[in-house]
Ligand binder design. Structure first.
Ligand code: SF4
Ligand code: SF4
Length: 253
């Protein structure tokens, strides 16, 4: 018993008290784009990007497509791109994920949805479906309920069956093989229900956007209420998107 107490004392408190203020060390998070002028005719960043996430004149970056490879950082002769460790990479709309030049160029902050807060502010059950994901997003989503992030302290938990779920959390690019399974999961969920798109693959197709084996029709029919960018998203990005959406206070509660 004393050994257990010693271990517990040496570990200290493992849960993150204020999830909104936590910043992960060494994480490649929110990119910034400086206002430095581009050399005439330069499109090195566009050429380097594997997912067509960058557009120029003016330079802007789509977080919903970015896989955080940092090739744009290395290729830009003017050093316009840099990555911070800020894990907050979510928005309510696709357009809200566009990063523009300057210090205020980040994604649109997520406003609390009064209707969703009323329904789920004290209890939310989520069903995760990996629709062709590489398991990166799935691992990080799973971590949202571990002892560090402990989303369950707010009454938010994963469930094994869509029949018990309020929210469908989609990861992966939505492969043709998974198209029916995604629709079956959605059809099994009781109303009211909503969709969260997690990761570049789910949001835009990511690296697989041009693949023939995708069927993204479900997301065209049922639009997500929130997009959580990243490849994969950091658990802090995911948990904060939900806390902000539902207007849940950041303290340990
Ligand atoms: S970090 Fe993102 S925007 Fe930059 S090259 Fe890679 S995928 Fe493209
Ligand atoms: S977004 Fe990245 S981590 Fe997530 S499933 Fe796609 S490739 Fe994997």
């Amino acid at each position: 018993m004393f050994k257990s107490l010693r271990v517990r004392a040496s570990q200290g408190s493992q849960f993150i008290v204020d999830l909104r203020k936590a910043v992960p060390n060494g994480h490649r998070g929110l990119p910034t784009i400086s206002t430095a002028p581009c050399p005439e005719g330069c499109h090195a960043c566009v050429d380097a990007c594997p997912t067509e996430a960058i557009a120029i004149e003016p330079v802007r970056l789509d977080l919903g497509k970015c896989v955080f490879c940092s090739e744009c950082v290395h290729e830009c002769p003017e050093g316009k791109f840099a990555f911070t460790s800020n894990p907050h990479l979510s928005a309510r709309t696709r357009e809200g994920l566009i990063v523009t030049e300057g210090p205020e160029g980040g994604p649109d902050p997520i406003a609390t949805d009064a209707a969703l807060k009323k329904l789920y502010g004290r209890s939310l059950r989520m069903r995760q479906v990996s629709a062709g994901g590489c398991n990166g997003c799935e691992l990080e989503l799973n971590a949202a309920l571990n002892v560090n992030f402990d989303l369950a302290r707010y009454g938010i938990e994963w469930v094994a069956s869509p029949r018990h779920a309020d929210a469908l959390v989609l990861s992966g690019p939505l492969t043709r093989n998974m198209a029916e399974a995604v629709r079956l999961a959605w059809d099994a969920m009781p109303d009211p229900r909503f969709v969260i798109a997690a990761g570049a693959c789910a949001i835009s197709g990511g690296l697989y956007a041009q693949a023939e084996a995708l069927d993204r029709g479900f997301l065209r029919d049922v639009g997500p209420v929130v997009y959580v960018a990243g490849c994969p998203p950091h658990p802090l990005g995911f948990v904060n998107a939900i806390l902000q959406l539902l207007g849940i206070a950041p303290s340990a509660g």
